[in-house]
Design a protein around this ligand. Structure first.
Ligand code: HEM
Length: 369
């Protein structure tokens, strides 16, 4: 019995020593990584991360550790990139090394044909196929409005006839990536229009002056409706639909400001951090479309936000999304005024963070004008 107990204690002691060596070695390796909270041994920061409050947590950590910080989960580094300069540098200049997806997204996925979760040469090939498909369908062009109906029917019959697997997957991905993000941006717009009725009045005034109430808006009206455009930019700033983009994985070591971002680390591009940067957007939680209008009432600073991310893996649907948002929003606000369900029931400006950042379910009244 004693021998068994002794054996057990030796085994446990051996295990503890092994774990300690592992931990010490890990702490030695991580010295070169961007700084970050220490967390508990082995599990790292796992306990401190909650999806619901992730954006607030990242804001705190950015204050403490700077624009590029590391959190660790089970000894795996997750690099969080914040702020315009660091994002532009790491996603564009270092774009060759920061544009892969983590292998776990594709490893168990039998059809590697898509764009959103593939990496490397395969991703490049699929993305250029996607761009070609976009062009062929005329998506993202200013005249899309006239084309939509015609193209949609041609497209549907093409897909039905086609046994081209890659085309089917590409279109499905466009549909998935496009629907949720545009819908959630529109839903946020109504939340803010209800909270800021003067903004809604300014939009309606501008629409009445330029288009009137009977004719449908067209993309050619966009330059004459800068206030409406500024409202869209302000929604994209204050509640970007994909605040952390999709997870990236580093295909090689990247050096940044004396630190090493190690190969195979997961990287999150916190595009939301640009929106909440008080140095470029004072009082960032205040909804104010005038931020995007210059003294002459023209659109300005639209490239100061990164809601569509940046670099080689930038959103493929940006041009289409901007067109959709403009046409939907202007035609709806032209005909309806949005009011709270009642004054005690204002929709919340706090969102739910899942794959996208969307508003909590809410009810508002759409009153015909
Ligand atoms: C307001 C609307 C939208 C927002 C805010 C948005 C935002 C984004 C962001 C931030 C990414 C980058 C993910 C990353 O960094 O890894 C992305 C990727 C992507 N988006 Fe969008 N998006 C919108 C609408 C659309 C639409 C309408 C489409 C297509 C019809 C689309 C197609 C895609 C695709 C295919 C990707 C993946 C690109 C790749 O992995 O190479 N998006 N989007």
């Amino acid at each position: 019995m004693l021998v068994i107990l002794q054996g057990f204690f030796v085994f446990v002691a051996f295990l503890v020593i092994l774990l300690l060596i592992w931990e010490v070695r890990f702490n030695f390796i991580r010295r070169k990584w961007p700084p970050g909270p220490r967390g508990s041994p082995f599990i790292g920061n796992l306990k401190e991360l909650e999806l619901g409050s992730l954006l607030e947590k990242f804001k705190e950590l950015r204050k403490e550790y700077g624009n590029v910080f590391t959190i660790t989960v089970l000894h795996r580094p997750l690099i969080i990139v914040n702020g315009y300069e660091a994002l532009r540098h790491l996603l564009c200049k270092e774009g060759d090394s920061t544009s892969d997806r983590p292998p776990y997204l594709t490893e168990h996925n039998p059809d590697l044909l898509g764009i959103v979760s593939s990496s490397g040469a395969l991703w490049k090939e699929h993305r250029s196929f996607g761009l070609k498909t976009f062009k062929e369908l005329g998506l993202g062009k200013q005249n899309i409005y006239d084309q939509v109906e015609l193209e949609a029917s041609i497209l549907i019959s093409d897909i039905l006839k086609s046994d081209d697997e890659q085309l089917k997957i590409t279109l499905e991905e466009f549909f998935n990536a496009g629907t949720e993000s545009v819908t959630s941006t529109l839903r946020w717009t109504f939340v803010y229009l209800v909270h800021y009725p003067e903004v809604q009045r300014n939009m309606q005034q501008e629409i009445d002056d330029v288009i009137g109430r009977s004719r449908m808006p067209m993309m050619t009206d966009k330059d004459s409706l800068p206030y409406c455009e500024a409202v869209i930019l302000e929604v994209l700033r204050i509640r970007p639909a994909a605040p952390l983009g999709g997870p990236r994985s580093l295909s090689r070591d990247v050096h940044y400001k004396g630190y090493t971002l190690p190969k195979d680390a997961i990287l999150f591009a916190n595009v939301y951090s640009v929106s909440e940067d008080e140095s470029s957007f004072p009082n960032p939680e205040r909804f104010d479309p005038n931020r995007f209008l210059d003294d002459a009432g023209k659109i300005c600073r639209q490239s100061d936000i990164l809601p569509f991310s940046t670099g080689p893996r930038v959103c493929m649907g940006e041009a289409l999304a901007r067109i959709e948002l403009f046409i939907f929003l202007v035609s709806i606000v032209q005909r309806f005024t949005f009011l709270p369900e009642d004054d005690m029931n204002m929709p919340s400006v706090k969102g739910n963070l899942g794959i996208t950042l969307s508003p909590k379910p809410y009810k508002v009244r759409a009153v015909p004008r």
